[in-house]
Design a protein around this ligand. Structure first.
Ligand SMILES: [Ca+2]
Ligand SMILES: [Ca+2]
Length: 99
């Protein structure tokens, strides 16, 4: 049970952190990027991200992390995801949060 809780916290932190991170020294690029991320999470475009919309995004993120689809995220799956994510982030220009 504790393991599942930790995984849920991880997923929510990933989803939430990406959405609500503050713009850093990259200024406008980060602001635009965060606005795009917010719009993506605001599925019905009403200007707010509801709990249901937030959870739906977290579930999508969980599915990406759970590469073998067994309903659990192993440490190896998490590491693989972060390595893939790190590679993508490094290719993007106008990165945020010092990445
Ligand atoms: Ca909404
Ligand atoms: Ca898995």
């Amino acid at each position: 049970m504790k393991r599942i809780f930790l995984l849920v916290v991880l997923v929510l932190a990933v989803a939430g952190g990406a959405t609500f991170a503050m713009a850093d020294s990259k200024g406008e690029d980060c602001h635009k990027r965060h606005s795009k991320m917010f719009e993506k999470k605001d599925a019905n475009s009403d200007g707010v991200v509801s709990k249901a919309e937030f959870i739906a995004q977290a579930e999508k993120k969980f599915a990406k992390l759970d590469s073998n689809g067994n309903g659990e995220i192993s440490e190896d799956e998490a590491k693989s995801y972060w390595e893939m994510k790190k590679g993508k982030d490094e290719k993007k220009s106008g990165q945020c949060n010092g990445k």
